[in-house]
Ligand binder design. Structure first.
Ligand SMILES: [Fe+2]
Length: 299
């Protein structure tokens, strides 16, 4: 099955008004706003859909409370649609498939100057005052049955392993060519759930500027900014009224058929080469003193 990426994520939440306030600040664009349904879009047209927790037409939840209820995967054309347009993964999460409604968006990351190798000439680096997410890059799930989830996505849906913590976590991409992972599955026996959903930004400047803007508006950092050695991406995770943290990220590895997957043993320095625990204060623009309660020490 040739999937092209994440077309939409659907959340069930307790407080629709608070979710709306968050998504307005997050930089996604409102497409359709109603009392019982919010639709926001990233720049490439991927959608964030928010419904009341108890909406009768929502797929079942993997876990109590605000969380992800469905992931819509895009395919290139009708011929690539699977026979079943809807499935439930071993975690109990509903997946559906549609001809992708996203459009190709080309965003040039700010080039970096190297000594003797200038790539940004007669041009300043930007200072961003607001992020505008380009797309929905990946979903991360806690797997109640790790082996079953790995087998479902790899063997049944054709996901490709980009890197792996054997028995503990697997980074998967949905196509041979593309970002390092569209899905990361983490072993948490018996407790299925959402770990985070990540939104793609142009570059590190947008991660920093966008994150500071969120902090200024009062949204709390879970952890970040920081950098993942696996996938190479810069990240910043925020608590939010949709469910588990949402992530801004940029500059992840781009993989092709030539990418060589590696196996890693869990270690804190593999989750983050470096990270700021409490985020950056939006007003002082200095590190916010904090204790790391993220639980993300071991990827
Ligand atoms: Fe992530």
């Amino acid at each position: 099955m040739a999937l092209s990426g994440i077309d939409a994520v659907v959340f069930g939440v307790q407080d629709i008004a608070e979710a709306k306030r968050f998504l307005d600040d997050w930089g996604t664009a409102p497409v359709n706003i109603a009392d019982d349904r919010l639709v926001y879009a990233t720049r490439d047209g991927a959608q964030v859909i928010v419904r009341p927790l108890g909406a009768p037409d929502l797929p079942p939840a993997m876990e109590p409370g605000n969380t992800l209820r469905e992931v819509v995967w895009g395919v290139a054309d009708a011929a690539a649609l699977p026979a079943e347009p809807r499935m439930v993964d071993p975690n109990g999460l509903t997946l559906s498939f549609r001809v992708s409604q996203r459009r190709a968006v080309v965003v040039e990351a700010t080039p970096a100057n190297g000594p003797g190798a200038p790539r940004r000439i007669d041009r300043r680096s930007p200072v961003n005052v607001q992020a505008r997410p380009v797309g929905i890059g990946h979903v991360v799930l806690f797997a109640a049955d790790f082996a079953a989830m790995r087998a479902f996505y790899v063997e049944r849906l054709g996901f490709i392993v980009s890197d792996e913590y054997p028995g503990h976590g697997v980074f998967l991409r949905c196509a041979p060519r593309g970002g390092h992972h569209n899905l990361f599955i983490l072993n948490r026996p018996g407790k299925p759930g959402m770990n985070h959903v990540a939104f793609t930004l142009a570059d590190i400047h947008e991660v920093i500027g966008g994150g500071i803007a969120m902090a200024q508006k009062g949204w709390k950092t879970e952890i970040g900014p920081g950098r993942h050695p696996i996938s190479s991406a810069y990240f910043w995770y925020f608590h939010n009224p949709l469910g588990a943290p949402l992530e801004y990220y940029a500059d992840e590895d781009y993989c092709t058929e030539a990418w060589v997957p590696q196996q890693f043993t869990r270690a804190p320095e593999l989750f983050a080469e470096w990270a700021i625990a409490g985020g950056i204060d939006g007003t002082t623009r200095r590190q916010k003193p904090a204790i790391d309660n993220s639980g993300r020490g071991h990827a």
